[in-house]
Structure formats: C-alpha cells, structure tokens
Design a protein around this ligand. Structure first.
Ligand SMILES: Cc1ncc(C[n+]2csc(CCOP(=O)(O)OP(=O)(O)O)c2C)c(N)n1
Ligand SMILES: [Mg+2]
Length: 426
C-alpha cells in the first residue's frame, strides 16, 4: 500500500539489468580498457593506501599486437612462456574432452573454464609449489599446471574404482593434497575463510608458505567473502584473494554482485588492503600481479585482493544453457580476446613459436587427453553400478567412527544382505 504523503517524491527500487539479452547485437565499446603498460607498479613494500588507483584500472602487459610492455612485464624466458602456453592448451583440451564425456552420458556433471585459463595457470607459475591453493570449481588449471596426472582427475570425474575420493564428491570437486589443492566445496566462498585460517596458521608458526584463494565475482556477495577479508586485514595474513570476474554467475550478470557501482578490486580499498585489477586474459599480467602479491605476503605486508577481469565464454556448467539469458554474440565480441591466442601471438612475435609447432602441440595434447580418458574408463564410468564398497559411504569423516554410525553402517549392510538384491557392483 503506498503511503499517503503524496507531496514527497516516490521511492524507486533499482533492479540491475544486463546490457544484452538473447538476440541483441553486442557492442562492448563501453568497456573501459586502459592501454597495456600504462599502470604503474608500486614497490611491494609500499603501503596499500598509496596505490588505491590500481583497484580501478587494469594492469595489462600484452598489447593488441601481442607485445609485452610496461613495468609489470615479468620478462619470462621463452621456455617458461611455452610451458604456460602448453598448460593452458592442455586445460582446454581436457575441458573439451570431459564436456563431451558428460554429453555421452559417461558422467553427470562437468564445468569448463574456457577463456579463463590464464587466471589459474598464470598464478600456478607465479606461486611456489608448496604454497597452498584454495580454489573454486573453475581453477582446474592449477592442477594441470602442477602436473597432476590427468587420469586421477578423470577418475574423480567418473567416480570410479580409481577415484581416491570414493565417489563422495560431485564430479570436478577435486581434493589433491599432493598438489597443494584444497578440497573444492560446492558451497560458494567457504574456501575464503579457510584460506585465511591456513595463512594465519602459517604466519603464527613462522612458516614460509603462503595461501591463495579464488572465487567468482558472484561469490563476493557471500558473507564469507567479507569475514575472510576482515580477518586477513586485521592479522595481515599471508594470503592472495583472487576474484575471477567472468561477468556471469550462472544466469545472473555481475551487476547483481555490485559491478554497476564499482570494481571488485575496490572491495580491497574498504578494508585498507592492497588491491589490483588485472586483465585476466593476459597471462603475463596475471603472473606479474600474483608474483607481486606473493612477495608482499612473504615479506609480511599482508593480503592482496586481485580482480581478474575476464569473460565466461561457455555455459556455467553442463547443466546450463546460456542462450536462454545472454546474447550469443558476447563471447566473440569480448574485447580482451582469448588468453591462449594472446600468448601464442606473443611467442610468435618473439620468433619463439610458429603455427606448425602450435598445431603439433594441439595434436599431441589431444592424444595425451584421449589416452588418459581410455585409462580412466578402464576403472569404470559414473552410472555403471557402484564402484566403491557400500560401507565406504561412512568413511573419511571421523578419525574414529562413533558408535551410532557403526550401528547404522551395520544396519545398512544387514538390509542389503536380507534384501537378496546386493547393490549392483562394477
Ligand atoms: C552458498 C551457495 N549459494 C548458491 C549456490 C549456487 N551456485 C553455484 S555456482 C553459482 C554462481 C557463482 O558465480 P560466480 O561466483 O561468479 O562464479 P563462476 O561460476 O562465474 O565461476 C551459484 C549461484 C551455491 N553453490 N552455494
Ligand atoms: Mg562469475
């Protein structure tokens, strides 16, 4: 019921609306893209308050012609650049193959990171091997760059006999202690406070390892995001917060997480924390920003928040159909290009790569993924019966199982025997 004070202006609720909907022509001319090389690079010992401007611009190294320029150029060797290119291409080949496996009914679920490969792989190259990663579900590139066997990842995706997680996690929700990769949780942003806790413990124990964590821009709306930032800034936790702004959170555009009002990197400013906004499709910028933030963390300068400005090229997951809510023209119109193509162009421009080598690499990687898939399918695929003994359902939560769970497990096994229809095993 409207109030009766008719002499006052009426209130109006602002409901964000994305620029383009299905069928609309896409024009990203309004997206501000500062020139590569233009952003300054403060000394890592500088106080966060001295470079707030870096939360509102874009740190970029690779220009439109594939040349590296400016103070953030990490000047990596051609050999390292080729390894980065290979990791990104392998991630894409892996995604393609597993997406198809889902469509063929071999697993229930998959999530690609197409167009966002530089975010995880740039960081993986900049961090130390024993730094601890607390990722979201779209940083499979961390595992691939850290040389996790593809077959192990696929066993998890298939929940088969080779799945070390015994089918207890949704496909792609890996947990790889060997590779400093914390268990992925479907509950958005829980990894943020976990990363801070781990980083605080590392500092409290006078260790040398730091933590890094990732979440999507949509996930910054979670309370966990903000409590994590508060703890990190208060205790100067050695942690790197990555916000992957791929502009979509399933079917909600970034405006619903606050993008109409300011940048996501600007969240850092409110906490008095170092903040950088980075071209997330430029792996050299991602690498340089991560290395800079890591140096701050290692020298007790505290946390850094890095917003990676990128674009989610594909659907949210295999359960999504983006043609229902966004214009099909967006992925190709996105002005920051494709991270693989950009690094490839850079290497070719340096005289360190060519089309033939690239095509040969793609063929080799496709073969590597195909061979891993064959090996993983030898351990079974999801839906073909039960791959783990039924009673493992109760394992892995308590170090010592409480009496009531032991009882329940026994009841389950007794019922299975009594039914005369033992669970279909593979
Ligand atoms: C606490 C919680 N709320 C909602 C969901 C459902 N959900 C899963 S993914 C997702 C979108 C997340 O978007 P974003 O953070 O931008 O990450 P992106 O998928 O783009 O990488 C939502 C709403 C969830 N898994 N957990
Ligand atoms: Mg998103």
């Amino acid at each position: 019921m409207p109030g009766d004070r008719t002499n006052l202006p009426r209130l109006a609720l602002h409901v964000p609306e994305p620029q383009f909907r299905p069928g609309d022509a896409v024009d990203f001319a309004g997206v501000e893209i500062p020139a590569a090389g233009a952003a300054r690079r403060p000394d890592t010992a500088e106080a966060a308050g001295e470079f707030r401007d870096l939360a509102y611009t874009l740190v970029r190294v690779l220009d439109e012609n594939g040349r590296a320029t400016g103070p953030w150029d990490p000047k990596l060797s051609p050999e390292t650049l080729r390894r980065m290119l290979r990791s990104m291409a392998l991630t894409r080949a892996f995604d393609e193959r597993m997406f198809r496996a889902q469509r063929q009914g071999k697993t229930s679920f998959y999530m690609k990171c197409t167009g966002e490969e530089a975010v995880a792989i740039g960081a993986a190259f900049a961090l130390d091997r024993d730094d601890m990663c607390f990722p979201s579900y779209r940083q499979q590139g961390l595992l691939i760059a850290r040389d996790c066997p593809l077959v192990d990842m696929m066993n998890q995706i298939y929940s088969n006999t080779g799945d070390k997680l015994q089918g207890k996690q949704l496909p792609i929700m890996y947990s790889e202690k060997r590779f400093g990769f914390f268990s992925i949780s479907g509950n958005l942003t829980t990894q943020y406070p976990q990363a801070v806790g781990w980083a605080m413990a590392s500092a409290a124990q006078a260790d040398t390892r730091i933590a890094a964590t990732w979440c999507g821009e949509g996930s910054t709306a979670e309370g966990d995001f903000h409590s994590a930032l508060t703890f990190a800034t208060v205790y100067r936790a050695p942690v790197i917060f990555n916000v992957v702004n791929n502009q979509w959170a399933i079917s909600s555009f970034s405006g619903f997480a606050g993008a109409e009002a300011t940048t996501f990197a600007a969240r850092a400013v409110g906490y008095g924390m170092a903040g950088l906004r980075v071209d997330g499709n430029d792996i050299l910028a991602v690498y340089a920003a991560t290395a800079w933030a890591a140096e701050r963390a290692r020298t007790n300068q505290g946390p850094t928040l890095i917003e990676h400005f990128t674009y989610r090229v594909e659907g949210h997951s295999t359960s999504d159909d983006p043609s229902q809510y966004r214009s099909a023209g967006e992925p190709t119109a996105w002005p920051l290009g494709d991270p693989i193509q950009r690094l490839k162009d850079h290497l070719i421009g340096m005289g360190e790569w060519d089309e033939e080598r690239h095509a040969a690499m793609d063929r080799e990687l496709a073969e590597q993924v195909r061979a891993a898939q064959k090996a993983a399918e030898g351990n079974g695929i999801l839906g073909h019966g039960l791959h783990q003994p039924l009673d493992t359902l109760f394992d892995g939560v308590f170090e010592e199982m409480p009496w009531h769970l032991r009882e329940q497990r026994q009841m389950m096994l007794d019922e299975e025997t009594a039914s005369g229809r033992p669970w279909d095993r593979k």
